[in-house]
Design a protein around this ligand. Structure first.
Ligand code: FES
Length: 122
């Protein structure tokens, strides 16, 4: 069902955990499957210097959390806001159609964490 890249990201996820005193935290869930994803960002001078996640969900949700947190590290806030679930799925070499919604959680959680950062800053 999953390709090797997805299986590897699921079995050896990167950036699992929490960031203490994170600058932005985003929590999202999917009502139909009940899965939950939380993303923590550390941001300095508008650049994401660290990202971690806690995900209670399926293999695709964990793989996309891992990949998305890897992708946003080093990005500016503006660049990270442009990260779509499609780009995360492409980086993973594709996901089964019925698992695309899992990658949407990663995009939404990052956007929410950035919104949290921006509202704290304002
Ligand atoms: Fe719910 Fe994958 S089945 S996030």
């Amino acid at each position: 069902m999953y390709n090797e890249k997805v299986m590897d990201a699921f079995k050896n996820p990167k950036n699992v955990g929490e960031i203490e005193n994170a600058d932005g935290v985003g929590l999202v869930g999917n009502e139909s499957c009940g899965d939950i994803m939380q993303i923590f960002l550390k941001i300095e001078n508008d650049i994401i210097i660290d990202a971690k996640f806690k995900t209670f969900g399926c293999a695709a949700a964990i793989a996309t959390s891992s990949t998305a947190t890897e992708m946003v590290k080093g990005m500016t806030v503006k660049e990270a806001l442009e990260l779509t679930n499609k780009k995360v799925v492409e980086t993973l070499g594709g996901l089964p159609a019925q698992k695309i919604h899992c990658s949407v959680l990663a995009e939404e959680a990052i956007k929410k964490a950035i919104e949290d950062y921006q509202s704290k800053k304002a």
